[in-house]
Every structure is written in C-alpha cells, then in structure tokens.
Design a protein around this ligand. Structure first.
Ligand code: ADE
Length: 250
C-alpha cells in the first residue's frame, strides 16, 4: 500500500495540509517533526527539511528508512533561469542535477562520484500525476486561492506548468554572473533551488519513486531576495496546498 512522503522547506508550505490531516500523529527525529496521517484519502507523512542538500538528503533517508514511505514528493519554490519561465509559473522536474558537484579531475564535472551519473530522472508516473494535479489547480483553483491583490502585487499572469531540468546546489542564485554560468553549463535548465537533486539521489539509491514540483518565486537575479517571504506566504503556500489537494484526488 502506498505511503506518500511530502517534503517542503518552509512551514507555510505545509501548514494548510497538516490542518487537513486526519489521525494525525507527530514524531520528532533528528531535529525534524514527521507528521503522519491521512491527507484526504492518502496515507501521508509530512516533514520540513529545512534548507540545502544535506538537510534534504537526511530528511528523505529518514522518511524512507524510519517512516516507510513508498513515494516522495517535494513541493517548494525555485528561481527561474529560463526566459520563458516566469514568477508564478510551476516547474515539475523531469530530471535534476547537483550543479555544485565537482570532483574533477577525479570524475567528470557534475557527475555524482561512484554513481556514474549527473542527472537523476524523477519518476515518470508520479510526475505525470503531479502535472495533471497542477493543471487542474491552474484551471480550477488558482483564481480563487490566490487573491487578486496579490496577483497584481507580484504581477502574475495565468500560471504555466513547465516540465524539464531543475538544478540544485547549496547556493542561493541571485545575480547575472552565476545565473549565466549555470545557463551555459546546462542549456536546458529551467530552474534552480537547493534540495531537489539531493532528494533525487537518495531516492535513486533506495529505489523510491519521487517527484519535485516548484513554484517560481524569482528570476535568480539581483531582485531575487526581494519580497521572498511575502511571495511564499501569499502565493507559493497556496500553490502547494492546492496542487497537493488535487494530487490526493480532491
Ligand atoms: N529557491 C528559490 N529561489 C532560489 C534561487 N534564486 N536560488 C536558489 N534557490 C532558490
């Protein structure tokens, strides 16, 4: 029987989901609270990873080994590095790369040593399911769930749902130079964040299907840190709640 592990970074991205959980039960482990219960009809364990690859990897491994999850979904925000991917859009990862991995000359740049690969594919079925959920959220829920004033404040258009490569590193990208380097290293890169590829590696190693969905909060440029918390509070948290609700078939 499936058991979904749901990871986010920030409390705002899970608060609504945890409020909607039945038979809720929290266990603290390694400085994180794992909240299990029934989310609509899905057996689910929700946890906040905190920020960065190590934090995310430890959380994913604990979800798998101690809480017995069979699938993992990561929801959060990301910076866009592609001109076609705008603030307020959604990106679902087809594959992820640790853009700060570099053991050259021992191993090729970006390759995870001894695994022999740089890119980790997300689970196709889970990602398709997430894509459908995101599509329904955009078509049916987003206008009601994100206030008109906030859509104007953040100059949001109707969200588009993209699929492609996401890069993760222990680095907040906030300027043209780093952004440009990443674009040149990975021409197909859509977005950057700080956890997804770490979860991807752990899930690969344990054979657990996973998917990553990110709301674009910034353009990974000079303006990136501005209004970040406000955006998460008023927009991204609504996206997380709305998409996961659709994922659970509601
Ligand atoms: N998460 C959201 N925006 C980001 C950025 N610009 N860089 C890294 N992680 C992010």
């Amino acid at each position: 029987i499936p058991r979904l592990g749901l990871i986010s970074v920030l409390h705002q991205e899970q608060a609504g989901l945890i409020d909607n959980m039945a038979q809720r039960h929290a266990v603290s482990r390694g400085m994180r609270d794992y909240v299990s219960g029934r989310l609509w009809d899905m057996d689910t364990v929700c946890v906040l990873s905190r920020i960065g690859k190590v934090a995310a990897a430890a959380t994913a491994a604990t979800l798998i080994e101690r809480f017995g999850v069979t699938h993992i979904v990561f929801t959060g925000v990301a910076g866009s590095v592609d001109a076609g991917v705008k603030v307020g859009d959604i990106v679902i990862a087809d594959a992820l790369v640790q853009h700060d991995m570099n053991s050259a000359p021992l191993f090729p740049r970006f390759e995870v040593p001894l695994l022999g690969q740089a890119l980790f594919s997300s689970d196709r079925h889970l990602s398709d399911w997430l894509f459908d959920a995101a599509g329904r959220f955009v078509a049916e829920d987003v206008d009601r769930m994100v206030a008109q004033a906030d859509r104007e404040l953040f100059r949001l258009d109707r969200p588009r749902v993209h699929r492609g490569l996401i890069g993760s590193g222990d680095e907040f990208i906030h300027g043209p130079q780093r952004r440009g380097e990443l674009r040149r290293a990975f021409p197909q890169l859509l977005a950057v964040e700080m956890e997804g590829a770490a979860v991807a590696q752990v899930c690969f190693e344990f054979g657990v299907p996973f998917a990553v969905i990110r709301t674009i909060s910034d353009g990974a440029d000079e303006s990136a840190p501005g209004d970040f918390m406000q955006f998460i509070e008023r927009v991204a948290s609504r996206y997380s709640f709305g998409v996961v609700r659709r994922l659970c078939g509601v």
